[in-house]
Design a protein around this ligand. Structure first.
Ligand code: G3P
Length: 217
């Protein structure tokens, strides 16, 4: 399972990268705004800064909602760095733009996916990644993890190679459950990754090992 971090915060990206377990980064306009990155030039520069920090794919989202606009923006994003993945919204023109980019060999991530039918369309359009938002489904009392299971079944039925990128992951159990269900990738906050480290028996055991070592030295 690939681990992506869902943030535009350079310190957090660096921390995950330094652990040696980071496979990529996802961003969106809200995450950019949260870091105070505004204005096209600053946003484009920030994407390059992120690419220079990590070894893997970096999803950069278009703002346009029409096909021509998405193509123009997506091409500019893809030209920034070879790690950029063009992130497109799950609307009709987004699907069309996904097909356009996949035909050109440019990686894509279809975002704001909330149903198996949307995921099927993303795969048909040749998306590199599909991003089902599990946390936001949980927020409205719908089972986000069930969507991962349904997409896994559909993609396996037909051998689609679009990778299931479980998004809107909020905590460690989302990560573990997505891994059990066979999601190819998860993207979440740094806490959902570092939280996987925690176990009281690890802390107690380490404390005892160190205390016993001190007794003999
Ligand atoms: O990857 C999608 C993500 O940014 C949305 O997460 O927590 O805002 O639902 P959240």
């Amino acid at each position: 399972m690939k681990f992506f971090i869902d943030t535009a915060n350079l310190e957090q990206i660096k921390e995950a990268q330094d652990m040696g377990i980071l496979d990529g980064v996802t961003t969106n306009p809200s995450l950019m705004a949260k870091e105070g990155i505004t204005g096209t030039n600053n946003i484009l520069k920030h994407y390059v800064d992120i690419c220079n920090l990590v070894d893997g794919d970096v999803s950069a989202e278009v703002i346009a909602t029409d096909f021509e606009g998405m193509v123009k923006e997506g091409e500019a994003l893809a030209d920034l760095h070879d790690q950029i993945v063009v992130k497109l919204p799950m609307i009709k023109d987004g699907v069309k733009a996904c097909k356009y980019f996949s035909d050109k060999g440019i990686k894509t991530n279809m975002t704001l996916v909330f149903s198996p039918g949307q995921a099927l369309l993303a795969a048909k359009a040749g998306a590199t990644y599909v991003s089902p938002f599990i946390g936001r489904l949980d927020d409205i009392s719908t089972d986000g993890l069930n969507l991962i299971a349904e997409i896994r079944m559909i993609y396996d039925n037909y051998g689609f190679d679009t990778e299931i990128l479980a998004a809107s992951v909020r905590h460690t159990m989302h990560v573990i459950d997505c891994a059990k269900l066979g999601a190819d990738v998860m993207t979440g906050p740094l806490s959902s990754i570092t939280g996987l480290l925690n176990h009281p028996l690890t802390d107690i055991g380490l404390e005892k090992f160190l205390a016993d070592y001190k007794k003999g030295n």
